[in-house]
Design a protein. Structure first.
Length: 443
């Protein structure tokens, strides 16, 4: 099984290599990271070969979610090195810039036996922690062979992924057996993991770390008034923030924005494309729609912007911009992508709108919808009507925002439950093995 898996992943990489070459040439992506992806980590990363904890976070979202857990890991295991790997360049940049509790950051290796062995020889982890849905067969198998404890935390199996996993359930069961503990975001994910073959004694429900990661956001000095001052925006000007948009969504956002402005509002649109390589495309699209558009990095700071739209071409700033929003649209949800995190605008009590495709955050999205804490739209037309209504109705905005903030406050605590599980795998002194917790909701 593992030989076939490695063979097919190698073939897949070969078939997709023209895309990666194109991205490297046009956007400088993957340039300089190939060596680390082949497991050739610098010896200086762990010069003395000390034992460590290795946490893998794919991209920006997972890095932000991992921050409170990393702080707890540092407190509980002060004698172990703490390393973080990412898959994407944006995740790597954010981790290197913002994570202060770690000893090193590197790119996650391709999941082949020789690459993961190289990486493990340098990192020398006692505990490997994967965020969310990162299940890599060869790495997990090699960890078990070396006696390295493994955990998947903030685990989720999306509605879209679940049927695909079930097709290979006999094989997937063998992979899941190499994970010592799963900390699921909710009961549905826990049931899916067990159905796919995970041992119920190794599955627990700890809640979503995303709720806890919000309190770790760099808030000092970045309050709403400061953000307004920086953008030179008066508090009375309506601001529509469209966060993490994907190709095919910006057109819908611009239509809704035009409807808002037609209603007589001198509104400002702040639009944040999910992929940095699309910043220029979105600027061009906004200008084609007749909007006076400026990049965030080119924004004049000595006067209120005369622009109609600002393209947020920075990494890691969107969460702070949400707090000045009159209304928020969370992208990845009008196209069949699966949605993005709605908790950041919820923290600031902002009224949230998202589309029909929220499979990646199904449990959170449904909780918000059922509690009147967000609005789900099914079409571009509904998005237009909803945005017009929100800008015009302060009572509706206040009701949605208050419900969203209340849900965030009520659902914190996953970091402590997750740490209880990890301490069961690796006691705080980092020397022994703990008991495995059964499948249950951690009180």
């Amino acid at each position: 099984m593992y030989v076939l898996y490695s063979f097919f992943t190698a073939i897949l990489l070969l078939l997709t290599s023209p895309y990666f070459v194109y991205q490297a040439l046009r956007h400088q992506k993957y340039v300089g990271s190939l060596g680390q992806r082949l497991g050739r980590l610098p010896v200086s990363l762990n010069l003395d070969g000390e034992s460590s904890i290795w946490l893998h976070a794919v991209s920006v979202g997972e890095v932000l979610t991992a921050r409170p857990l990393l702080a707890d890991l540092r407190r509980q295991y002060p004698r172990l090195k703490l390393f973080v790997s990412t898959t994407t360049r944006t995740g790597q940049e954010l981790a290197r810039r913002d994570l202060r509790d770690v000893d090193g950051v590197f790119y996650f290796p391709f999941d082949w036996v020789f690459t993961v062995r190289r990486a493990l020889d340098i990192v020398r982890p006692r505990l490997f922690i994967a965020m969310e849905t990162e299940i890599w067969p060869n790495l997990l198998r090699e960890c078990q062979r070396r006696g390295i404890r493994t955990a998947v935390v903030n685990a989720r199996i999306s509605h879209r992924s679940y049927p695909r996993y079930r097709l290979v359930r006999p094989l997937f069961r063998r992979v899941l057996a190499d994970v010592d503990q799963f900390c699921a975001q909710g009961e549905e994910t826990a049931r899916r993991l067990i159905d796919l073959g995970a041992d119920p004694l190794r599955v627990s429900v700890s809640g979503s770390l995303k709720f806890d990661s919000l309190e770790e956001a760099p808030m000092p000095g970045r309050g709403r008034e400061r953000v307004l001052r920086f953008f030179r925006i008066t508090g009375s000007r309506p601001i529509i923030v469209a966060g993490s948009t994907l190709k095919g969504e910006e057109e819908a956002v611009l239509k809704a924005f035009h409807r808002v402005r037609t209603a007589g509002n001198r509104a400002l649109l702040v639009i944040a494309p999910r992929q940095p390589e699309r910043f220029s495309d979105v600027v061009r699209l906004c200008r084609q729609e007749g909007l006076n558009t400026v990049r965030r990095t080119e924004l004049a700071i000595d006067s209120e912007p005369r622009a109609d739209a600002v393209v947020l071409d920075t990494i890691g700033e969107l969460a702070q911009v949400y707090q000045i929003a009159t209304a928020v649209f969370v992208g990845g949800s009008l196209v069949p992508w699966g949605g993005h995190n709605i908790l950041e605008p919820a923290l600031f009590g902002r009224p949230i709108v998202f589309g029909p495709y929220m499979q990646n955050f199904a449990e959170i999205a449904e909780t918000f919808r059922q509690n009147g804490a967000a609005i789900q739209v099914e079409s571009v037309g509904e998005l237009e009507e909803t945005m017009v209504s929100l800008v015009a109705d302060p009572v509706l905005r206040a009701r949605l925002g208050a419900a969203a903030k209340a849900l965030v406050d009520a659902n914190r605590g996953a970091r402590h439950k997750t740490m209880d599980v990890l301490l069961g795998l690796l006691p705080a002194d980092g020397r022994g093995r703990g008991d495995v917790l059964p499948f249950r909701v951690v009180p």
